[in-house]
Design a protein around this ligand. Structure first.
Ligand code: BTN
Length: 242
């Protein structure tokens, strides 16, 4: 990953640029599209992704994971969340959690967001665009629930080095997925899951309830045990309260 790299000083969204590249030419698997200034970054659930100019990593990886079936597409989230967690654990020497489906947290603060957009052909994934927004050197945020690598380490980092090292961790997890080691990936994903096996309060469309996360199901839905019974939720159906 990253052997082919497209740098754009400024763009709307690297995910959108990646999507455009797919349509225009035969791009190399693993191409990275990266920008210094993403002016219309997109997040999950239709949110925007804000990032201070030149301080953080905002990039997308273009992949051709034809070995992943559409019904298994959540495994891409698993592999890339774990790659990020692996890298940050080593770089920051601290505990890193994955808030389902793929927010990366240090303590209760978000350090990285992932937006994966898949192009489907029949039952397989033809192209996958893995968008990463990793807070590296930004130290002031509009929200109290964000953090960065430099805030955690009390020193700045070189963006080129962070990208290079991170891509290595992604590659390892992606190859694990390609080798079919799904059970091991899910086991480790569960191990890193934020609020796993803890009594917590959640909110869905109907009510506020207490429950315990027991993991994700085969299609990537969050499973919460409440009143002794498992309930399965899609991303838009559930909020973590406290
Ligand atoms: C989220 O947590 O909501 C996901 C945020 C993903 C942001 C990245 S930054 C690079 C790529 N391009 C985008 O427009 N979004 C992703």
């Amino acid at each position: 990953m990253g052997h082919s790299l497209v740098f754009m000083p400024e763009c709307h969204s690297t995910n959108d640029e990646a999507s455009r590249l797919i349509q225009n030419m035969n791009v190399i698997d693993g191409t990275v599209i990266i920008t210094n200034n993403q002016i219309a970054g997109r997040g999950q659930r239709g949110n925007t992704w804000l990032s201070a100019v030149g301080k953080n990593l905002t990039f997308s990886i273009l992949l051709k994971p034809s070995f992943v079936l559409v019904k298994d597409q959540f495994y891409l989230n698993v592999a890339f969340s774990l790659g990020l967690a692996d890298y940050l654990k080593v770089a920051l020497k601290t505990e890193v959690k994955i808030k389902w489906p793929n927010d990366i947290l240090i303590g209760n603060k978000k350090i990285c967001g992932i937006l994966i957009e898949n192009h489907i052909h029949g039952q397989h994934i033809q192209h996958s665009i893995v968008g990463i927004g990793l807070n590296v050197n930004q130290e002031v945020f509009a929200t109290l629930t964000a953090t960065s690598m430099s805030l955690q380490r009390h020193s700045g980092l070189l963006l080129e080095e962070v990208l290079h090292d991170l891509l290595g961790y992604f590659e390892t997890r992606y190859l694990q997925l390609r080798a079919g080691q799904v059970e091991a990936l899910i086991r480790e994903y569960h191990y890193s899951l934020y609020w796993m096996d803890e009594n917590r309060i959640f909110k869905n469309q109907e009510d506020i309830f207490e429950g315990k996360i027991s993991g994700v199901d085969a299609s990537g839905r969050l499973v919460i045990i409440t009143n002794g019974l498992p309930r399965h939720f899609e991303v838009k159906q559930i909020q973590f309260l406290k």
